[in-house]
Design a protein around this ligand. Sequence first.
Ligand SMILES: NC(=O)c1ccc[n+]([C@@H]2O[C@H](COP(=O)([O-])OP(=O)(O)OC[C@H]3O[C@@H](n4cnc5c(N)ncnc54)[C@H](O)[C@@H]3O)[C@@H](O)[C@H]2O)c1
Length: 426
Amino acid sequence: MGATQTLRAGMVGMGMIFDETYRPMFEWVHRHGLYDRAFGDVDVPLVAVATRTGRRAEAYRRRAGDRIARFQSFHGEDGVRRMIDCGVDFACVATPDDRHFGPARELLAAGVHVLIEKPSVLRLQELDELLRLARRNGVLAKVVYHKLLDPDHKKLRTLVADGVLQHVNNGYCSLLEPKQISGSQFAEWIRGRNPATYVAVHYIKLIDFTFGGRLTTIKATGQRGLVGPADGTTWDSTQVQLVYRYDDGREAAFDIHTSWVTPDNFPGYVEQEVQFRFDNGVWNGHSRKRGVELTVEGLTPLKLKTTLNNHYNAEFLEPWGERRQRGYGVEVLERFVREVAYVEFGREGTREERLERIRGLTYNDLSADRQTVAAVQGIEAILQTHAAGHPDAVVRLEESGELVLHVPGAAEETVLYRPAQPDAAD
Ligand SMILES: NC(=O)c1ccc[n+]([C@@H]2O[C@H](COP(=O)([O-])OP(=O)(O)OC[C@H]3O[C@@H](n4cnc5c(N)ncnc54)[C@H](O)[C@@H]3O)[C@@H](O)[C@H]2O)c1
């Protein structure tokens, strides 16, 4: 029996991350709907998708059978427009990281709630524009940082919030991806890109969300020569440093190292490590020490992973006989759909009040993504300047909100972003 309330969903981009997380989420809600006392019973059909060529959408439709609703598939220049014309209440954007802004702007301008893959956008100017449209049209603009829902990171944040771990001083994070990511998976869009924007951003957000404080300084460097030419604009690996300042005047610095050229057969597959040092403690996290190491002749490490992350997203045979793909990577998406359902169908307060309440959730609201986007914009500018023959630049985020690039030897600094004056019309 179907529910009387419906949220019609759209999807832009159906690549690797769609298959790992959005697909299981949409298939689950297709079958079970969503229920909460706060908003009742809701059907969530995927009604339309927009992709670059339409091929992956077709392949998925054939594979999925009755596990998903009959969705329409659009591609080409006006794909997102035609998807919107199908009448969608919310849509998810999972296109390559430098192609989030266009579809998100189009959706928000049409009054559609939006969820964007990390990093939300690459420039603060774009963030301002999306926030303006979301406010004007009374819809949610949210971003997915699923690592915030990793149980280990939740525990870290709980210990910080409860004052058990006191005052972070410094730390490092490292995330190493295999060569197949840069070499085949992302070959279509990797030119001119870097692994910091793509994955270091997970840790930028984790640091920003967990420890708070004001981001002041961004430094970045990296290596080239494997994915592209040694003097080109495509980066193999990157090392980023962020400095934060806290209300008590003390500072902390964080180093984040990322790569997408690690050998395909290295044991971690995607290896993640963090260490945060506090006044009174140290937090060490390592994906390979989380517990499981699997060897199967002929299958690990390439077809099956040696060190499985069963928390992020994995297919399980549940004890009650059902098969389900679940984990925090899927949970974070379902949570967004619940937030949309609460805004649209909630039984308490007015829609406006519910909208404001959900906008106040800083873990995923675009309004709380400012420092993360500033870091990404800074990193991109530093790497671009480096590739143009001027390494070692530094970006500072001023208290005024200005983002300023300082290049050694340059006569003048470059303002990358200056906060706009509030527009009376909005
Ligand atoms: N949260 C994570 O851990 C995680 C992991 C992987 C990727 N991602 C993010 O997801 C996004 C997509 O990554 P992916 O791994 O799925 O990439 P992918 O290359 O596998 O897939 C990209 C998809 O976008 C579509 N596309 C490209 N340009 C488009 C356009 N202009 N309009 C409509 N569709 C377009 C392609 O057709 C394809 O379906 C990126 O932002 C990436 O940072 C997140």
